[in-house]
Design a protein around this ligand. Structure first.
Ligand SMILES: Cc1cc2nc3c(=O)[nH]c(=O)nc-3n(C[C@H](O)[C@H](O)[C@H](O)COP(=O)(O)OP(=O)(O)OC[C@H]3O[C@@H](n4cnc5c(N)ncnc54)[C@H](O)[C@@H]3O)c2cc1C
Length: 506
């Protein structure tokens, strides 16, 4: 009997990326080992399986910030999400459009249910994973209630949703988690002066929800740099020709790594190829404008540099590989531009930008930078101090900032066990170190672990760019192929040995 006819896999974290993992595992099984039985267990204590922290049921103002056509759970079928939207009566959200994130959450849930039904064995275990170790070629997964053994394990845990730079947690009228919006905004008085920590897409969701509620009080958004998400340019039907993974690999192979200058050079080649100038991008990167002035300028000029800017957004697809090869000194330099990069490459829809500008011009909304402290005074109001401004007084404060690539707190004990045993090693720029093309964990000696994989936040140091579902979904394809290939090789070796035994016995 073939004792390797089945393959058991633990997926730690049951968010949107896990859905893509299920789909990719089925696809790889069908192409690499069609007779292998897939036995998959997903661990997550969440009350919202498959939605993660960003796609759970919520108000419609919690909107996708990428076109829905980038949100397919199938790497080989990008139109899958559009088909689902059309079949379920939501054609208006398909293609180059944005949708309520809760709707995409429904798509994730339904896709996961279908994928699970195709597998020979599937279990969702509502428990937090607290440890992982490989013993005798099996991965042991520990939870608070016991342990389970698998052939492979994939870490697919997300990032932290806590951002509290001023230590306000626990204060009345301070909301540390802005989602679901429907809970966060419950009880807000229409005349309250609202302070929002953060000026990114979450802050924009909050403003849109307050606007929908016909909020009358002032709204102040504040952050270190005061950069709102840029205004998304019209979509561009263009495929990158020069700034590609292949070009990056070739250049890195010749030079033994990449410099920032190499990457800038490739971007310039790409823009030349598209017969467009880099000037609009340079203008944005090195601009001194911020807040509402910057938004107004972008809305006025968005069509001037739209090709260059749309191409810049597309480079996101390749940036994980580019970052992987970039030398450490340039990685450190680039980190200083992260806020600009996030603003440019995670832009907001033009209609939202126009509404923000309207609120600002009506005197209801402002964007402030350089806030150094937020405290609560004796009267129960929050007081924010910013350079060049009199103190701001807020009735209520929301945290809408980003904790960057800081991992979900629930994942920390698990990562600690891997680091302590040496089965994983810390990446100098955060998270766990992995092999680029397979996402296998590297052990303390830099050896790839064939049984342990990571995708998403835990790969933040290796890949840095994690804020697009399409990027994470594509990595799941590498992982699934690598697991199926590794399993097939073992199977071939095992059947070779058995054939040898038969000949010997004969
Ligand atoms: C507000 C917001 C809006 C976004 N909008 C978009 C968008 O429109 N388009 C887009 O492409 N991307 C968007 N993103 C990026 C988005 O986060 C990712 O695309 C996607 O949600 C990542 O999914 P994930 O499964 O990797 O992580 P998560 O969604 O964070 O899910 C990870 C899961 O792991 C679980 N977990 C953690 N630790 C453990 C443990 N120890 N044991 C068991 N389970 C554990 C958690 O409970 C969680 O359910 C958005 C992000 C945010 C914050």
């Amino acid at each position: 009997m073939d004792d390797l006819a089945s393959l058991s896999i633990a997926v730690v974290g049951g968010g949107p990326t896990a859905v893509a993992l299920l789909e990719s595992l089925i696809h790889s099984r069908n192409t690499i080992g069609p007779d292998v039985s897939l036995e998959v267990s997903v661990f997550d204590p969440t009350s919202n399986p498959w939605c993660g922290r960003s796609f759970a049921p919520d108000r419609p103002e919690a909107l996708t910030n990428t076109y829905t056509n980038t949100m397919s759970v199938r790497h080989w079928q990008p139109e899958h999400v559009g088909i689902w939207l059309k079949t379920h009566g939501y054609a208006e959200f398909a293609g180059n459009n944005f949708a309520p994130r809760a709707l995409i959450g429904r798509y994730f849930k339904e896709s996961a249910r279908q994928a699970a039904s195709i597998m020979e064995d599937f279990t969702f275990i509502r428990e937090q994973v607290t440890g992982l170790t490989v013993v005798d070629d099996r991965v042991r997964v520990y939870t608070q209630n016991g342990s389970h053994a698998f052939d492979y394990a994939i870490l697919s845990v997300g990032s932290s949703d806590r951002f509290d730079p001023y230590g306000l947690e626990g204060q009345e009228s301070f909301c540390i988690r802005p989602y679901p919006l429907k809970d966060a905004l419950a009880g807000v008085d229409l005349d309250e002066h609202i302070g929002i920590i953060g000026t990114g897409l979450t802050a924009v969701d909050l403003v849109m929800a307050l606007k929908a509620d016909k909020h009358r009080g002032r709204i102040t958004l504040f952050s270190r740099n005061g950069l709102l998400p840029a205004v998304r340019p019209p979509s561009l039907n263009y495929e990158l020709q020069r700034f590609t993974v292949k070009a990056i690999e070739e250049r890195a192979a010749v030079k033994g790594g990449l410099t920032l200058a190499d990457l800038v050079h490739l971007v310039h080649e790409e823009l030349d190829q598209a017969c467009t100038s880099p000037e609009p991008i340079k203008d944005e990167i090195f601009s001194t404008r911020y807040g509402i002035d910057r938004l107004r300028h972008q809305l006025m000029h968005i069509d001037d540099g739209r090709v260059a800017y749309a191409i810049l957004i597309k480079t996101l697809l390749v940036l994980q590989d580019a970052w992987y090869f970039l030398n450490p000194a340039d990685k450190a330099r680039v980190a200083g531009f992260r806020h600009i990069y996030c603003s440019l490459c995670c832009p907001m829809p033009r209609t939202r930008a126009a509404q923000i500008l309207d609120l600002a011009e009506a005197g209801q909304l402002e964007v402030v930078r350089g806030v150094s402290s937020v405290t609560k005074d004796e009267g129960g109001q929050f007081v924010a101090v910013a350079a060049d401004h009199p103190p701001f007084h807020f009735d209520r404060v929301f945290s809408a900032g980003s904790s960057g690539n800081e991992p979900d707190r629930k994942a920390i004990p698990l990562v600690d066990t891997l680091l302590r045993s040496g089965e994983g090693r810390a990446h100098p720029f955060g998270g766990l170190d992995i092999e680029r093309t397979t996402s296998r964990l590297l052990d303390v000696n830099g050896r790839p672990q064939p049984r342990l994989y990571a995708v998403g936040t835990m790969t933040s140091g290796a890949f840095q760019v994690l804020n697009g579902y399409i990027v994470l979904m594509r990595r799941t394809a590498h992982i699934a192929d690598t697991i199926l290939q590794h399993h097939q090789e073992r199977r071939n070796r095992s059947s070779g040995h058995r054939a040898g035994d038969v000949v010997e016995n004969a």
